[in-house]
Design a protein around this ligand. Sequence first.
Ligand code: S3P
Length: 450
Amino acid sequence: MSPSVITVETKENVSQNLVIQPPASGLSLQGRIQIPGDKSISHRALMLGAIAQGQTQIKGLLLGEDPCSTASCFQAMGAEISELNSELVTVTGISLGNLQEPADVLNAGNSGTTMRLMLGLLASHPGRFFTVTGDSSLRSRPMSRVVKPLQQMGAQIWGRQGTSLAPLAISGQALKPIHYHSPIASAQVKSCILLAGLLTEGQTTVTEPALSRDHSERMLRTFGAKLDIDPQTNSVTITGPAQLVGQTVVVPGDISSAAFWLVAGAIVPNSDLVIENVGVNSTRTGILEALAMMGADIQLLNEREVAGEPVADLRVRSGRLQSCTIAGEIIPRLIDEIPILAVAAVFAAGTTVIKDAAELRVKESDRIAVMAQQLNKMGAKVTELPDGMEITGGTPLVATDLDSYTDHRIAMSLAIAALVATGKTTIHRAEAASVSYPNFISTLQSVISH
Ligand code: S3P
C-alpha cells in the first residue's frame, strides 16, 4: 500500500477526486491482480436467468453499478434475484414471455447494455406497457439503432427526438421476424434483436458488418435457444419461440478491466504484473493484438475454458512501445479499450493512428473528444479525427487537473496516465470507475511499489 502516491478526496459525499502523485524517483507496478467479472457476461447472465425457467446460479458476477441496474430492472418485472455478490447469485427465472408490467419506470442508470438489450425483451411482451429511462449520459445516447429494427418487427415505442432518446415508452406486441442488416458492428444492437427474436415466431436474423462480441450467442445457446451462426457473413439467426432453462454461469474476469493493467504494466518502467482469470474470447482480444503490434511484452499463461468462455492469466512486463495503426475489423473487438490504448500510444515511438471508431463518440462520453482534450492537457500530442485519433508518442506527461466526464473508462485511463506524469494529477469525478470496476483504486494501491 502506498497512500502517499494515491489519495481520494470525497466531495459533498458523492463526487471523488483521485489524486495521484508518483514519487520523484518514480514507481513500478508489481504483483498479481484479480479483476472483477466481465460486465457484458454479467448483464446477460442476469437477464437470461431472469427470463429462463428455473434457477440460474451466477459465479463471479461483476458488482459494478451497471449490472446492479440490470438486476433491479428485472426484479421490478418479477424475477427473484438473491443479494448481489461475486461469490454466488441465484436468479429464479419467471419463464419466457412472463415479464410482469412494472408499476414504475425502469431505470437503466448509466448502462447502455441494460437499456438496449432489455428493449428487445420489452417490445416483444404483448399486452404490457413499460417505460425506461437512465442517467443524463444514457438519456443522451442514441436508441434509434435498436428502436428502428424493433419497429421493423412491429414494435410500438415512443421517445424524444423521433424515438431516438430515452425516456422511452414501449407497448409490447407480438412481433414478426426480420432479417436485419445492421449498419454498425454492435453487440448491443445484435443482442437486442436476438432477444426480441426469442418470443417471435419464425427466424429472426441479424447480419453485422464486422463481428462484435458474441457473449449473447454463446449464452443463449447454453440456455437452450436455437441459434444458427454463419461466420462467413457475420449473421446470426434465432428461431422463436424459444425455451430457456436456467444454468450455472461462471463469469470470467473482464478483459476490458484487465486492459488498464496491461497498459500500466507496459508503460510504467520496471513493472511486472500477472492478471488472473481474464476472459480471452476472440471477439474481445483486440487489445492483446494491438498491444502486440506495439511491441508490448504480454504472455498468456494457463489458457483454459471455463463454462463456455476461454480464460487465461496474462503477464505483462514493461518495455519500449512503438506506434501502430488500429482500424477496420479489429475496432469492435477493442472498442472499450481505445481510451487506455490512447494512453499506451502516448508512450509509443512514432504516430499511432486509430480510425473507424466513430462509435466512441456515442459511448458514456464522447471518448475521442474527451481523451484528446485530457491527454493534451497533460502535454501529449493527440489530434482528433472524426472517427478516431492520431497520437504522436514520446512527449513526457505533466500532471494537471483532469476530469472523467463521469465516464468510468476515462477515469481509469487517466489514472494510469497519471502514474507516469511528473507532479500531482487530480482526476475529478473519479467515482465513475465504480460503474465497471469498484475496486480499481484499492487494486492500484496494492500493486504500486517504490
Ligand atoms: C457491450 C457492447 C459494446 C460495448 C459495451 C458493452 C455489450 O457496445 O461498448 O461496453 O455488453 O454488448 P456496442 O455493442 O454498442 O458497440
